[in-house]
Design a protein around this ligand. Structure first.
Ligand code: SF4
Length: 567
């Protein structure tokens, strides 16, 4: 089986050291990306770590396909202990960083410790240099890019960076790359902020060579270039009206299921504002959305569908330019648009101000800078809903994505049991439910399919393949690309998810956290079906003997010591 190549680079910000360590055993077992980072995080972050403590570790990892020219592979994955969910989260982003990262010759970056002053770490294939940047305190993401361009002659594609939201430990702060692409969910920007790490740059000429089988590589590339999917023109927003018609577009802080102005913020409205093509590295599908409002000259990239929901329908805002502006603010300040949008929607609900886009923008700025009410909202809906007097629309502390689980019941089950919380990219029965392949009504009998989807998504995030590639990088083609069979890949996905669950269990996250803030049919029984399909106990925990210790030669944390004796 093909897997990522190259050592683990550990940067310890406390003593400003850098160490390269071979991790071949981890790469062989977990492919790359989310799988490798999850295995390392499980074994090396103490189970009782404070998400904002120096003992937390953040991982940035590549997969084997980032060394190829295959469309849909211009992505990297990040993993760490989330200050939002208090469990492990992984999130991935596109852009152009993946090839720059691979050029440094490493497979995985691990950031640990904490600096006593704000730093940028410059990673090359030969060394790591630490640059104190007190002048960048409070800087936005584009301001960091400007600094890197002026001082190093590097572009935003060479960087990950946080904005003021990350520095201020907003629990849903994102890590940005290429200014507009977000490692969005779970607050890993706040983890870097707690370590006083403003940015990392990557530059080198030492990419490992991996031979990618062809076919199917060129077939995929050809299809991506010639596809006439609506998504190529409108990105994910192309589905807005369909989702609205299916009553699964949360509106006015989840009080309604459909939005009367969906057409004004949906795919056609976005396409009207699109002024050129946009892509991720070497992706011929090119579904990104550089947009411009001709009337004012305002430009941004996006919004994608989830932002249309979070800052549009769920706030009662029906003007696409308002959504574009909110999207742009989140990118500049380094905020996850879903959690930020839902949190602002909760605030608008408490103030009876739905539709007030100007107040929404002011609130985003206050959250990023933790000013006034923004300081409370920066904690996220789960921690602030009582104060606001609104319902807690989160799972495990993570704000809901769209695709309403009250209508798509299998998707509701997926939200309830996902280790990452209410995120649509984790398991997701939304696609077969929208497509009518399974009945959206009811939760029973869907557990096996959910487990397969979760495992498949874990492989996708490990290889690393864009979620929008499903029609082109099929299961069979992915297995061919990685020179293995699909069943073996599913086993890698299962191992990854088991490590997430085990880590979370050890932090006290179990069946009590597998819950929804609303009722759907037979949820308790369906959750037990899921536990059985996943091999969990009735209390939602994974037996310790399912975790095979690895990486014991890395100076591992307490996860590596997990053994049947602990069970
Ligand atoms: S399909 Fe779209 S989001 Fe995915 S890698 Fe290609 S351009 Fe990027």
């Amino acid at each position: 089986m093909l897997h990522a190549e190259g050592p683990l680079l550990t940067i310890d910000l406390t003593d400003r050291s850098a160490t390269r360590t071979p991790i071949d055993d981890v790469l062989e077992s977990f492919i790359g990306g989310r799988g490798v980072a999850t295995a390392l995080a499980h074994d090396r972050i103490p189970f009782d770590a404070d998400p904002f403590g120096p003992e937390n570790r953040a991982y940035l990892a590549t997969g084997p396909l980032q060394l190829s020219s295959t469309s849909f592979t211009g992505r990297l994955s990040m993993t760490g202990l989330s200050p939002l969910t208090d469990g492990l989260v992984s999130t991935n982003a596109g852009g152009f960083l993946s090839r720059e990262f691979a050029a440094t010759g490493i497979s995985t970056l691990e950031v640990t410790g904490a600096s006593d002053e704000l730093l940028i770490a410059h990673v090359t294939d030969e060394e790591v240099e630490f640059e104190p940047v007190p002048e960048l305190i409070g800087a936005t993401v584009p301001e960091v890019s400007d600094h890197v361009a002026e001082t190093r002659d590097l572009g935003p594609e060479n960087c990950i960076a946080i904005g003021p939201a990350g520095e201020n430990r907003v629990r849903f702060a994102s890590v940005m790359t290429f200014d507009s692409r977000a490692f969005g969910r779970g607050g890993l920007g706040a983890v870097l902020g707690s370590k006083n790490l403003k940015a990392v740059t990557f530059e080198g000429d030492s990419a490992p060579e991996i031979e990618i089988p062809d076919p199917p590589e060129m077939e995929i590339h050809r299809e991506a270039a010639t596809s006439d999917d609506l998504m190529r023109r409108q990105g994910t927003t192309g589905n807005t009206e369909f989702i609205n018609e299916n009553f699964s577009l949360p509106t006015r802080y989840f009080s309604e299921y459909e939005f009367e102005s969906a057409a004004d913020i949906g795919g056609n409205a976005v396409e009207e504002k699109k002024y050129k093509k946009g892509a991720c590295s070497r992706c011929a599908y090119a579904c990104k959305l550089p947009t411009r409002d001709e009337e004012t000259g305002f430009e941004t990239e996006g919004p994608e569908f989830e932002t249309v929901y979070a800052f549009g329908s769920n706030q009662g805002v029906g003007d696409i330019v308002d959504v574009m502006k909110a999207n742009d603010l989140c990118d500049r300040y380094g905020l996850d648009t879903i959690s930020a949008g839902v949190t602002v929607a909760a605030y608008l609900a408490s103030e009876d101000e739905f539709g007030n886009a100007e107040l929404a923008r002011e609130t985003v700025e206050k959250i990023a800078r933790r000013e006034g009410i923004g300081d409370d909202l920066a904690e996220g809906v789960h921690r602030v809903h009582d104060q606001l007097g609104v319902d807690d629309y989160t799972v495990k502390g993570m704000e809901f994505a769209a695709h309403d689980g009250r209508v798509l019941h299998g998707q509701g089950l997926s939200y309830a049991v996902a280790n990452r919380g209410a995120d649509h990219m984790y398991g997701g029965l939304l696609s077969p439910e929208y497509a009518g392949e399974i009945d959206p009504e009811g939760t029973l009998g869907k557990a096996d399919l959910l487990v397969e989807h979760e495992n498949r998504n874990a492989i996708r995030d490990s290889a690393i393949v864009c979620a929008f590639a499903s029609g082109h990088i099929t299961d069979e083609r992915l297995a061919a690309l990685l020179e293995t069979d699909y069943e073996e890949l599913l086993a890698v996905g299962a191992r990854t998810i088991e490590r997430e669950r085990h880590f979370n269990n050890r932090r006290g996250i179990d069946a009590d956290a597998d819950a929804l803030p609303y009722e759907i049919p037979d949820l308790e029984a369906a959750i037990q079906e899921y536990y059985e399909a996943r091999g969990l106990r009735e209390d939602g925990t994974l037996p310790d003997d399912r975790i095979e210790p690895i990486a014991t030669d890395l100076g591992a944390g307490d996860g590596a010591a997990a053994s049947p004796a602990d069970d």
